[in-house]
Design a protein around this ligand. Structure first.
Ligand SMILES: Cc1cc2nc3c(=O)[nH]c(=O)nc-3n(C[C@H](O)[C@H](O)[C@H](O)COP(=O)(O)O)c2cc1C
Length: 359
């Protein structure tokens, strides 16, 4: 049994849904902690006014009783409060009455860098909205809700996961880009402390923890590069400079450096896990790029829609959630446990067997 996450939901549809299966029974979830992560995702310098009209809140539909998981699939829901402005345009069922509100005109001018053209070609769409509504990063709210649950699970085995945006001139870059009606990207880092050696495996490529974390991060919109530890920098170093020497003192084995980012051969090695993701500049531009109208074949300017100037700090929260979920999944595979007490007991017995004392 492993943890699985399925999300559903369009950007301006009625709601986002996250279904998490494989959670041990008996895990206490704190609604305020999930809402706090949803709030963090909506914050950050450079977000659009949408984040001010909506305050995301989680609702639980299944798998939870009195704040405790039942071991059955957990279904979480986050409503799109903005849906009321799109009730006709994004009605799941054929809408009744005259077209009204947002989304009633078809989108025919694809934005370079977004899902618009590839989605329209792939599915033969007359209205690009059918592609962009799901491709939009709005559903990362569901990922963040599931990530908050994963963080609660791994906290039971003393793992803490934290994401942050790198670079201290972010606000200045956002201000300049916004003034020029442009967008920016950036780099985020996620660190996980307390991970025992032994999560993931070199036995098969899809079991490698580095591969799984990279896929989890690449699975987030706008992420175009992933590094584990010193990452690309390692390519420029000699072996003697790159690898982390192994030492021993009275508390056990340790490293003085962590250029491997806590993973060797696809397996956690007990050091802090350090991963970074590079985000491209957001594709919706207030001064749009050149495009072609898919209906008329004529040149035109790409779609302009309310949009963020930057979402790097939001990505840090989403990346934290994605990494936490993948670590929780790897831990669930290693330690089993359909009941939380068994999961924690297996973890503690393993830690004793390898005689590992976290520093
Ligand atoms: C948290 C977050 C917020 C985003 N907000 C926007 C946005 O407001 N406008 C936009 O054009 N793209 C935004 N994006 C990026 C697009 O969703 C993404 O570029 C698009 O779906 C195409 O996918 P790709 O960049 O992975 O190729 C955001 C991405 C993330 C992770």
């Amino acid at each position: 049994m492993t943890l699985e996450l399925v999300t559903a939901g369009e950007s301006h549809g009625p709601a986002l849904v996250a279904i998490v299966s494989g959670l041990p029974a008996g895990l206490v979830l704190d609604r305020a902690a999930i809402d706090e992560d949803l709030r963090r995702r909506q914050q950050g310098y450079g977000r659009s006014p949408r984040q001010r009209i909506e305050t995301d809140e989680v609702e639980a539909l299944a798998g939870l009783r009195h704040g405790r998981t039942l071991g059955s699939p957990l279904a979480l829901l986050v409503r799109n409060r903005d849906h009321e402005n799109w009730a006709w345009g994004m009605s799941p069922w054929p809408p009744e009455g005259e077209p009204t509100g947002k989304g009633k005109e078809p989108v025919t001018l694809p934005r370079p860098g977004h899902a618009d053209l590839a989605g329209a070609l792939k599915y033969g769409l007359a209205d690009v909205r059918d592609a962009l509504e799901r491709a939009s990063a709005r559903h990362t709210a569901a990922v963040v809700a599931a990530g908050a649950v994963a963080k609660a699970l791994v906290r039971e085995i003393a793992i803490e996961v934290a994401g942050s945006a790198l670079g201290d001139d972010l606000e200045a870059r956002v201000d300049t880009a916004r003034a020029e009606r442009d967008t920016i990207g950036g780099v985020v880092e996620v660190r996980a402390r307390g991970v025992l050696p032994g999560l993931g495996s070199y036995a098969s490529r899809d079991e490698r923890l580095d591969a799984r974390l990279a896929a989890a991060l690449m699975g987030i919109q706008a992420v175009k590069g992933v590094e584990i530890g010193a990452g690309f920098e390692l390519a420029r170093l000699r072996g003697s400079e790159a690898h982390d020497e192994i030492h021993r003192d009275d508390r056990g084995l340790y490293r003085e450096t962590n250029r491997a980012g806590g993973i060797e051969a696809g397996v956690s090695n007990g050091e802090e896990i350090v991963v970074r993701a590079a985000m491209k500049p957001l594709p919706t531009l207030m001064r749009p790029l050149q495009s072609v109208d898919l209906e008329t074949g004529q040149p035109g300017e790409a779609l302009v829609e309310r949009s963020d100037t930057a979402a790097v700090e939001a990505l840090a929260v989403v990346a934290e959630a994605a990494v936490a979920f993948e670590l929780a999944r790897a831990a669930r595979e290693k330690f089993g446990g359909d009941a939380l007490a068994d999961f924690v007991a297996a973890h503690n017995a393993y830690r004793e067997r390898i005689d590992w004392r976290p520093r």
